[in-house]
Design a binder for this molecule. Structure first.
Ligand SMILES: NC(=O)c1ccno1
Length: 240
């Protein structure tokens, strides 16, 4: 997978070379390119923003640099352009799984009051476009969201995680939050590891984990248990 990032603060994306994504770059699993949007400005001040039409506070990122950047980067029908914005669709594990199937992601990181709408409209004509939000809050720019989305997506790529099994029972993978986990020592701070986990009975352990996942989900994210969330149309097997 090729990943491109358009930003006016390229240093903000330095973490891409560390930890997990860095390993994936070295192995050739992903090909990462961070671009300073100012590369596509032509005035002395390398201007990327201007005041909003219709008035209002703040500045808006101009369309020309993005348009030239998309052209230079060869953004086409094989590209998914991800605009990270608080006004986007919610980023979920399901969307991470979807983006992990793409051959190329181009992240357009907004700043200030956002990116001129014509950039998004233009991108839709030449590529797949997803406007994505990490959550219902506003960041100073789209770079942090691009990093978070990158990590969630890249770790799903085949061959990225040393043990693919570790992806199986994670939070949100099966629609539930992950169960509590424990490791040695068996007692710490006067707190004992649940005996079932030390029973060696895999069936009991699996049942306990499923129950814990459901209980945790019901307590913290009842919305995930709502019928619409779980109803994917699969007919329910009736006990006979
Ligand atoms: N909530 C978000 O994803 C976001 C992106 C930029 N600002 O906020």
């Amino acid at each position: 997978m090729r990943l491109d990032y358009l930003t006016i603060f390229p240093d903000y994306l330095a973490p891409l070379g560390l930890s997990l994504p860095g390993k994936a770059v070295e192995s050739g699993l992903i090909d990462v390119h961070v671009h300073d949007l100012r590369e596509w400005t032509h005035d002395r001040h390398r201007t990327v923003d201007d005041t909003p039409y219709g008035g209002g506070a703040g500045m808006v990122l101009k369309p020309e640099p993005f348009g030239e950047a998309f052209e230079a980067l060869g953004v086409d029908e094989h590209t998914t352009v991800v605009f990270t914005t608080p006004s986007g669709e919610p980023f979920t594990q399901r969307l991470a799984e979807e983006l992990a199937t793409r051959q190329r992601l181009v992240f357009a990181c907004g700043r200030y009051e956002g990116i001129d709408q014509r950039v998004i409209d233009h991108a839709r004509e030449v590529a797949e476009v997803r406007e994505v939000s990490l959550g219902d809050y506003v960041l100073n720019g789209g770079e942090v969201a691009a990093l978070a989305i990158t990590e969630a997506v890249v770790r799903l790529l085949p061959g990225f995680m040393g043990n693919a099994e570790s992806l199986v029972e994670e939070s949100h993978t099966g629609g539930l939050l992950e169960y509590p986990v424990y490791t040695k020592p068996p007692v710490w701070d006067g707190r004992e590891v649940p005996m079932v986990l030390r029973s060696g009975d895999h069936g009991l352990v699996a049942a306990w984990r499923q129950e814990q996942a459901r209980r945790r989900t019901a307590e913290r994210r009842p919305d995930l248990l709502a019928p619409s969330a779980l109803d994917d149309g699969t007919p329910i097997e009736r006990a006979v």
